[in-house]
Design a protein around this ligand. Structure first.
Ligand SMILES: Cc1cc2nc3c(=O)[nH]c(=O)nc-3n(C[C@H](O)[C@H](O)[C@H](O)COP(=O)(O)O)c2cc1C
Length: 361
């Protein structure tokens, strides 16, 4: 089993100084037009100083219609470039590996945020501005191009890589799902459902070159919004995405100890590890709080651990984890304690839905 503090090389040639990644975390701290907010910069740079081997931005929208959250970072306009450059250079200066997460909300992009009716693989049920309509083939092709352009924009700004958000029931996951019954070659069979993500990966690889760090995030099973995902299909998808040019696959598990729904006697992490070429790195997220959790995830076959909620509570998690006597903050913390950790008042309000993070006052 790899040491948590040993470096990790990816097949594109990039190396992370250790195996602790900051998970992509939506933080609502940028401006309405998608330009970087000072609070989002401060929040990420504070974490970079804490020794994270790889830092992902939040899910960043690749077009105005792709937006899913208030205060979300954008990756589609020249107006975004100055902030992206500032963020990338500040992260590089702290010796971490900065990547963006490429996002389209699909059916989950509210009309109130985008002013457009949401789109998805298939039409939603019911009527109204928030009910998704099925994308036309022309829109699918344009969307693939938007993902690739967003990755190129990030690369020009100084980011060394990108992760394609294929998880959590957003647009790409809506296409991967068994609920995608399209009959035009972009749905139906697993090949058809996988096609948009495969094309996105190939397009990003072709536009950003072989040295760009490229990954894909997956929800391996039907859970929460990731409806219609099947474990065995997800393993097959991960192999295809690696063939198409992904350097890593990032499993979003929510709880690494929760047994698989379909194969409760098998370990999900080990299944993916066995299916993928060892050169394709496996990142795993899901309730990793302590060093023991992180080591357990590495022992099951992950190459890198990805930490979300514990990173909000402990900006210096990777640095402090080197001390064998340290135990991480379990939370919840008060508003002021979070603000001390460079979580802005606005982000604290967003986080109130997570009772283990913000203490009710
Ligand atoms: C506040 C918050 C924001 C999140 N935003 C994103 C996001 O933008 N993109 C994404 O893929 N996952 C997002 N997630 C999921 C996390 O990346 C992570 O997979 C999940 O929180 C489980 O890891 P943890 O137990 O270490 O928090 C978010 C989670 C939280 C708590």
């Amino acid at each position: 089993m790899a040491d948590l503090f040993s470096s990790l090389s990816f097949r594109c040639g990039i190396s992370a100084p250790n195996r602790v990644a900051l998970a992509p975390l939506t933080n609502t701290q940028s401006h309405d037009d998608g330009t970087l907010g000072d609070d989002e910069l401060r929040w990420l740079v504070r974490r970079a100083r804490g020794g994270w081997g790889l830092i992902s931005t939040c899910a960043a929208h690749v077009s105005p219609e792709a937006k899913g959250f208030v205060g979300q970072l954008g990756l589609f306009s020249d107006a975004h470039d100055a902030g992206l450059r500032q963020l990338a250079s500040a992260l590089v200066a702290e010796k971490t590996v900065p990547i963006v997460q490429l996002y389209h909300g699909g059916a989950r992009s509210p009309f109130a945020l985008t002013g457009a009716r949401p789109v998805s693989a298939v039409a939603g049920e019911g009527q109204g501005d928030d009910v998704a309509r099925a994308m036309t083939e022309r829109e699918i092709l344009a969307c693939i191009d938007q993902f690739a352009s967003a990755a190129e924009r990030a690369q020009r700004a100084g980011f060394v890589g990108a992760e394609v958000h294929g998880a959590h029931g957003y647009l790409l996951c809506q296409f991967l799902s068994r609920n995608n019954t399209r009959a035009d070659g972009w749905g139906g069979s697993l090949e058809g459902r996988a096609r948009i993500v495969r094309e996105v990966i190939r397009a990003v690889r072709s536009r950003c070159g072989t040295g760009f760090l490229l990954g894909v995030r997956l929800s391996p099973e039907d859970f929460g919004y990731a409806a219609g995902m099947d474990l065995d299909e997800s393993v097959a998808l991960a192999r295809w995405f690696a063939e198409d040019g992904a350097d890593f696959v990032h499993l979003s598990l929510w709880d690494y100890n929760k047994p698989s729904i379909k194969r409760p006697s098998e370990d999900i992490i080990a299944l993916f590890r066995a299916a993928l070429d060892p050169a394709v790195r496996l990142l795993v997220a899901g309730r990793i709080g302590t060093v023991a959790d992180a080591n357990a995830v590495l022992a099951r076959g992950a190459d890198m651990v990805s930490i979300g909620r514990a990173a909000i509570l402990e900006p210096d998690w990777p640095t402090r984890a080197r001390d064998a006597n340290w135990s991480p903050e379990a939370g919840p913390l008060s508003r002021d304690e979070l603000i001390e950790r460079d979580v802005s008042a606005r982000f604290v309000e967003y986080l109130r839905r997570f009772k283990t993070i913000v203490r009710a006052e």
